[in-house]
Unconditional design. Structure first.
Length: 389
């Protein structure tokens, strides 16, 4: 039986600085251990099984550097973990996901124990791990071809538009989810709307030529910036992405395919995962939402207007249809800064319904201090004003 040491360092926080601090704590602790193997149950996740030591296998191939259960790392080979931590420099939604980003890309380097029943971290593995795996594979491919910056297509199918304001802590993960897309035929346009933090620096930190960054010194609201990005977009479809949300790897491919198959469709949507942001643990899974079905229920009533103030998520627009209605509500007042997404979809879908994809394609993070959440009570006033205009 191989002996092991116990890692006691606990992850904390969703900020990039929290993840880096967590990494440094683990490096310091690992460096002081003189055992070959480390029990990492405490750093894999905050789940009950982390409090119960799971015996190591009697026979471990020399090639194996990580032992997992239910996809979560339990034991690490010290030399490999230390090297991986030293090299690591990427973006995550919270510090607690760092162990998953350290998992070897080569499956032969991991050994998997018999899974336990109903792992409490199932949703995190299901929706975080695909982005991590896709971007790790992208790095391997880029390294083998000698290029880190794919050429931007002359005519990308999808233009992903992202208006940001003070989102330095979440923006990196949103961009990473774009880089994880299974289809390469996209461009990402990021508009910094007068941020007062390091959001602009974070947006400019990527060498991928498909990413373009615009900025303006004064905060004018999302609608103004989205119209500016729309003018710059080259794709025939427009996908909206918030700087604190992220995409499923197949999102652009499946939404674009849906609009291709429905030439009269103006918007394509699907299901989204709803997460709650916490300062200590980052996003926590809450539920699976089908906003397309919610829209269908609202439109089936006598009044086809969205009566609840919930946006359609995700939203891929046909660019020509978006331009035909004049884009977003070009207003800088309070109402114009809160309900711009509901307004533009309401005008686009006034005489039609969204094309629906039966798949979870987007992850939306809700937090109580956001502008939209703090001002939901104003929806009735906006709705009345809209009907008068």
């Amino acid at each position: 039986m191989k002996s092991y040491a116990i890692l006691r360092t606990q992850p904390f926080g969703y900020r990039a600085s929290d993840t880096l601090a967590y990494r440094e704590q683990i490096i310091q602790e690992v460096s002081q251990i003189d055992r070959e193997w480390l029990w990492g149950g405490n750093i894999s996740f905050f789940h009950k099984s982390a409090q119960t030591f799971i015996p190591m296998p009697a026979h471990i191939p020399d090639r194996v550097v990580c032992i997992c259960m239910n996809g979560a790392p339990l034991y690490w080979r010290k030399t490999w973990l230390l090297a991986a931590l030293t090299r690591w420099n990427d973006r995550l939604p919270a510090a607690r996901f760092l162990p998953y980003d350290l998992l070897p890309a080569d499956p032969s380097l991991s050994m998997h124990l018999n899974p336990s029943q109903n792992p409490p971290f199932q949703k995190d593995l299901e929706y975080i791990l695909p982005v991590l795996s896709a971007t790790r594979m992208r790095e391997i491919t880029a390294g083998s071809t000698g290029t880190l910056s794919p050429e931007i297509p002359q005519q990308p199918v999808v233009s992903i538009l992202m208006s940001i304001h003070n989102m330095k802590d979440t923006l990196g993960w949103s961009i990473r989810s774009v880089l994880a897309q299974s289809s390469d035929n996209w461009e990402l346009l990021i508009g910094d709307d007068g941020s007062e933090d390091d959001s602009l620096e974070e947006a400019c930190a990527y060498t991928d030529s498909r990413i373009r960054v615009l900025s303006q010194s004064r905060n004018r609201g999302k609608a103004i910036m989205m119209n500016r990005l729309l003018f710059e977009a080259k794709g025939r479809y427009i996908l909206e992405l918030d700087g604190d949300d992220w995409l499923v790897p197949d999102a652009t491919a499946l939404l674009a395919e849906a609009l291709d198959k429905n030439p009269d469709g103006r918007i394509a949507t699907g299901r989204y995962g709803c997460w709650e942001r916490t300062r200590q643990l980052g996003p926590l899974w809450r539920r699976n939402v089908d906003s397309g079905k919610l829209y269908s229920a609202w439109s089936a009533s006598l009044n086809r207007t969205n009566q609840h103030g919930h946006p359609l998520v995700p939203r891929m627009y046909r660019k020509s249809s978006l331009i035909a209605i004049g884009g977003w509500w070009n207003r800088e007042d309070r109402l114009g800064r809160i309900f711009e997404d509901i307004d533009v979809t309401a005008r686009l879908l006034k005489h039609s319904s969204p094309v629906q994809v039966d798949a979870l394609l987007y992850h939306r993070v809700i937090y109580g201090s956001s502008t939209s959440q703090r001002n939901r009570s104003l929806f009735e006033a906006w709705n009345q004003q809209t009907h008068k205009s």
